[in-house]
Design a protein around this ligand. Structure first.
Ligand code: B12
Length: 219
């Protein structure tokens, strides 16, 4: 008999739309934290889906159903991650780069940041550089998040940074970059401010940056 975490992982892998909601509810009722459910059950399930897809053991339709299950689980978990924090530490806009439609990771980042007191603006997926520039020009934003999952879209992160520089607003914002296609070396090379390996790492770095900004504006 599989334990509840294993059942959740299997539900993601098998695309079990019918049972995901009740399985998440049971895990919460058993006292598991939303973070544990994500890190120990759901994300490992998505990773396995990726391996099966690479090995041609499943195909795009199955991967799409698994993604749907993941979205359903995230929707159910969101209120437990975002606990009505009233404190606003800063404001961040985030989007997935142009030509990339993956948004599960970005949506987790949004929930975790909001849970940590950072106000989030979601630019969506397949976001062109101009849209990143536009949001910076029209809002009081200290942080910009860029998500890139496909290795074929990495040049689009550079295009965002170039567009921001060209618009003369590079000094206004710190750029946090994450996603499986990204590495700390790449972020350094293209002139980003922080590489984030996951949402928790992102929140830690975002808070550090905001604290530094606060102390320098006080001086
Ligand atoms: C689900 C999925 C899909 C879904 C996406 C649904 C959705 N709404 O997101 C669908 C089915 C649509 C899809 C489509 C495709 N996919 Co896909 N997909 C995946 C899969 C299985 C999981 C991705 C995921 O959600 N992971 C879970 C999340 C939580 O992890 P994450 O995204 O890395 O995010 C975390 C961190 O990276 C970080 N993070 C991410 N961004 C940011 C940003 C900031 C600012 C911060 C702070 C942190 C941060 O925090 C997140 C949470 O901790 C991966 C395999 C994998 N293991 O990654 C393949 C994978 C990414 N896909 C792949 C491919 C090839 C495709 C397609 C090209 C397939 C095709 N033939 O059409 C298309 C491309 C469509 C497009 N133009 O984007 C390849 C990419 C290969 C490569 N090297 O580029 C992978 C790796 C599968 C594989 N092994 O081959 N896919």
């Amino acid at each position: 008999m599989l334990n509840i975490m294993e059942q959740l992982t299997q539900a993601v892998i098998k695309g079990d739309i019918a049972h995901i909601d009740s399985l998440v509810q049971v895990s919460l009722d058993l006292g598991m934290s939303a973070q544990d459910i994500l890190d120990r059950a759901l994300i490992p399930g998505m990773d396995e889906v990726g391996h099966l897809f690479s090995a041609s053991q499943i195909f795009l339709p199955e991967m799409m159903v698994s993604a749907k299950v993941m979205h359903m689980a995230l929707n159910k978990l969101r209120p437990y991650i975002v606990r009505g924090e009233v404190r606003r530490l800063g404001r961040m806009a985030i989007g997935t780069v142009k030509d990339d439609l993956h948004d599960i990771g970005k949506n987790i980042v949004i929930s975790v940041m909001e849970g940590g007191g950072i106000e989030m603006i979601d630019l969506g997926v397949d976001v062109p550089p101009e849209k990143f520039v536009e949001v910076l020009s029209n809002n009081d934003i200290q942080l910009l998040g860029v998500s890139a999952i496909l290795t074929t879209v990495l040049h689009n992160i550079e295009n965002i940074i170039s567009a921001i520089k060209k618009a003369g607003v590079r000094d206004k914002v710190k750029i946090l970059i994450g996603g499986v296609a990204v590495s700390s070396g790449l972020v350094e090379k293209i002139g980003g401010d922080a590489y984030c390996k996951d949402a928790a790492d992102g929140l830690r770095k975002a808070k550090e940056i905001l604290m530094t900004l606060k102390s320098t504006t006080k001086d």
